[in-house]
Design a protein. Sequence first.
Length: 116
Amino acid sequence: MSKLWKVISVCALFIILLVISVNAISANNNDDYSSIKKFAWESLSVDQQNEVTEDWKEATVKKTKLEKKYGLFDEKYINKKVYAVTFKVDGNSLLGDITAYVSLNKKTFIGVANRE
């Protein structure tokens, strides 16, 4: 019985450490995305900011390949991986959400996608 208890204890400890590690990695990614969201938000025009209906901190961030069809951007970013930061706007807007593009080094605002 003592040997079984040791095995269970080691397994439980391993699971706890795994959960803590996963949470730490997730929190770190959220911090990284927070700075991207803030940079993109501050790069929007006042008119664009006024259209956003949720807190900028609630924006979604994903890595994507920037394509010409998204808008007019500096050619050096076309077909490159960038961050796409999407801010929600009023559901009644005919133009849809606002998506801003930021370079992966988080230092360059590339632009805003065309809205239809």
